[in-house]
Design a protein around this ligand. Structure first.
Ligand SMILES: C[S@@+](CC[C@H](N)C(=O)[O-])C[C@H]1O[C@@H](n2cnc3c(N)ncnc32)[C@H](O)[C@@H]1O
Length: 259
């Protein structure tokens, strides 16, 4: 079996990524860009998992210097092919390791991409790298779903995503509640062939993310239900969380020990 790493999701989905999410992105992207512009100040900004540039390109269009990290060359090639896609500076690599230098007014990670880090250790390490790459007063914005374990029956789930006369799209997932891991595949049945799009993630509840932030010397400043800034409540299915460096950062042991 092919090993799953930081490039796998993007390399497999790049060709269809924008088309599959068109409806969701049409609703949310303008609001997300507006939120991020407010949070960015003068920049520069860094996006973890920059993908096809859905957010990075419009931010760069506003005159911000935008840098992205991504594990998938195909996702980045799709961004480069778009108008303005060459204005975003990109480092190819794993954002668990932050293979780059620089200091940013805003680091952000959207559309559940943070959960692409598959262990708690990797997620904590990422928070620490972010803290190390923020300017004084810098912010880290995370957009993610609130885990809903009732989606799984006997720790698995199969659901129909889209059906038309030429194709059927199904999602199949297995859930490991101890590791908080979901191993999933989108299966596309077409006339005469089957396509597979794998995705693995490690989910975390907002409270665990807040703890990771504290370990990295950051604190939660704002949490909303979405980019529109609707209030975050126990009914919220997702969140947009804005962290900032705590004032005590310089004496926070976790921050100094970043490697
Ligand atoms: C769901 S897409 C999000 C793309 C873009 N941020 C957006 O909102 O449309 C996730 C992106 O993160 C990248 N990615 C996932 N895990 C990664 C990792 N550990 N290191 C670097 N890139 C990663 C994928 O290649 C993909 O481009």
């Amino acid at each position: 079996m092919e090993e799953y790493d930081a490039s796998t999701y993007g390399q497999r989905i790049a060709r269809v990524y924008d088309a599959w999410h068109e409806e969701r992105f049409a609703r949310q992207t303008v609001e997300a860009v507006s939120f991020l512009l407010d949070a960015a100040g003068e920049g520069p900004v860094l996006e973890l998992g920059v993908g096809t540039g859905r957010l990075a390109i419009p931010l760069a269009d506003q005159g911000l210097r935008v840098h992205g990290i991504d594990g998938s060359r195909r996702m980045v090639a799709a961004m480069r092919a778009k108008p303005g896609g060459r204005r975003v500076r990109v480092t190819i690599g794993d954002f668990e390791r932050f293979p780059m230098t620089g200091s940013f007014s805003l680091v952000f990670v959207a559309f559940n991409t943070f959960f692409g880090l598959l262990s708690q250790e990797a997620q904590v390490r990422c928070f620490r790298h972010v803290a190390r790459h923020l300017q004084p007063g810098g912010r880290f914005v995370v957009e993610a779903f609130v885990p809903d374990l009732s989606r799984f029956d006997d720790d698995q789930r199969t659901s129909a995503v889209a059906i038309d006369t030429d194709s059927v799209r199904l999602d199949a997932s297995l859930h490991d509640p101890v590791e908080q891991r979901v191993t999933a595949g989108r299966v596309v049945l077409l006339e005469g062939r089957v396509e597979l799009y794998p995705v693995q993630l490690r989910y975390a509840f907002p409270s665990e993310l807040d703890l990771m932030a504290r370990l990295a010397g950051m604190r939660l400043r704002e949490r909303w239900s979405n980019w529109r800034r609707d209030p975050f409540t126990s009914e919220s299915r997702g969140h947009v969380s804005l962290y900032e460096l705590a004032r005590t950062t310089a004496s926070t042991p976790g921050v100094r020990r970043i490697r």
